[in-house]
Ligand binder design. Structure first.
Ligand code: FES
Ligand SMILES: [Fe+2]
Length: 387
């Protein structure tokens, strides 16, 4: 049995050339302190997807939890979407516990009835200055509103930056958009709309969030884990996407649109219709770009050994919304559900294997695992800052 290597030394091994590198050590996948370190060093400084705009109709407030932090997504009657910390400024009551429409347009704390509007302003403080006296000269409501979280919405994905230190969102996105400029412009991508039916699926997987990312990054497992997919999109037709600073992934050159709906993005070149790409925007946003539809899978870590995968499909024009395409949307969603479900035993098996003291981060195929190592190095760089 091997002795556990100190984390500092283990992280140095992650940065070795791929022929001699080891992956992140087991502790990064099984310990609660590592989960909290991921939250503080990887998620808080980054652009993190936490859900979909379609989850939040106008006048709704939807609570979400990110690695133990209670957050609140609101959309006002003018369609402006905001994210706040889901906590009352008074005595720290969690404000909203269930998603729902707030017909009054107000968020009221159930404890002492302080009230906030959808912009986060504190607009009601009943009896704050004594019975039936709602103000006090020494209390300034203007500095006691909800605490906002930096938020951007792209392709209906809600991205947040918790600690306010991330680069501008356009900079975060631009390496991927440059890479995709061979097929699409930012404007053309806006032709995709969330599917109104059969547009979402969720899977809870018993693994650390990083294993779900790593599995998505490589096509190596295709012949054994996805034998059906491998018949029409075989491993030999997959290629590596050039790694950017904050993304990597794989592409296929044998994609074929599911029958049932015509149409493709207006900017997509005719001779490239068989191409599709599946990058990860680090750390937790998995994307699938095809000429006729798009998906996002957001990985939300629940604990060090449990993660929620949330998927939203988008289609073009009436294919996204019209009843006559309901069966088409269903068949595309069920196709992806089958593929994603096939991966569950693999990511859960890797989690189980990480209980073994004989495993010290493992080794990599110099050819097939380059993205996995790239992701490990990206993580190792961030968590090393906290050691
Ligand atoms: S804790 Fe919310 S009003 Fe007192
Ligand atoms: Fe897979």
């Amino acid at each position: 049995m091997n002795k556990t290597i100190p984390i500092e030394d283990a992280l140095k091994r992650v940065h070795l050339p791929i022929e001699s590198a080891n992956g992140l050590p087991n502790s990064c996948y099984v310990e609660h302190s590592a989960f909290e370190r991921d939250r503080d060093c990887v998620f808080a400084p980054g652009w993190i997807s936490i859900g979909f705009g379609s989850d939040v109709p106008a006048n709704w407030a939807v609570p979400v939890e990110l690695m133990g932090y209670p957050l609140l997504i609101t959309r006002d009657k003018n369609n402006t979407l905001r994210v706040f910390h889901n906590v009352c400024s008074h005595r720290g009551m969690q404000l909203v516990t269930e998603p729902g429409k707030l017909g009054t347009g107000l968020i009221r704390c159930k404890y002492h009835s302080w009230t906030y509007n959808f912009s986060g302003d504190l607009i009601g403080t009943p009896s704050l200055g004594g019975p039936d006296i709602n103000q006090h000269k020494d209390f300034n409501p203007e500095i006691n509103g909800l605490k906002p979280v930096r938020t951007e919405v792209w392709l209906d994905n809600i991205f947040i930056n918790l600690d306010n230190t991330a680069e501008p969102f356009e900079n975060f996105l631009s390496p991927l958009m440059q890479h995709w400029s061979k097929w699409v412009t930012a404007d053309a991508l806006k032709e995709f709309k969330p599917a109104t039916t059969h547009g979402k699926l969720e899977l809870v997987v018993n693994c650390n969030w990083k294993l779900a990312i790593e599995n998505f990054l490589e096509a190596y497992h295709l012949p054994w884990v996805h034998p059906g997919l491998n018949t029409y999109s075989p491993l030999s037709q997959h290629y590596d996407i050039k790694r950017g600073e904050n993304f990597s992934g794989q592409g296929s050159s044998s994609y074929s649109s599911p029958s049932g709906a015509d149409g493709s993005l207006s900017s997509w070149p005719e001779d490239q219709m068989k191409y599709a790409e599946y990058p990860v925007l680090y750390p937790n946003t998995l994307l699938g770009l095809q000429s006729d539809h798009f998906f996002t899978m957001t990985i939300l870590p629940i604990s060090e050994t449990e993660s929620l995968e949330r998927v939203q499909l988008m289609f073009l024009g009436e294919v996204a919304e019209d009843n006559k395409y309901d069966a088409h949307r269903k068949s595309v969603l069920e196709g992806w559900r089958e593929v994603f479900a096939e991966d569950i035993f693999a990511v859960e098996g890797m989690q189980q294997g990480r209980r073994s003291p004989a495993y010290q981060g493992g080794v990599f195929s110099p050819v097939m695992d380059q993205h996995t190592l790239h992701f490990h190095q990206w993580i190792a760089t961030r968590i090393a800052r906290d050691l």
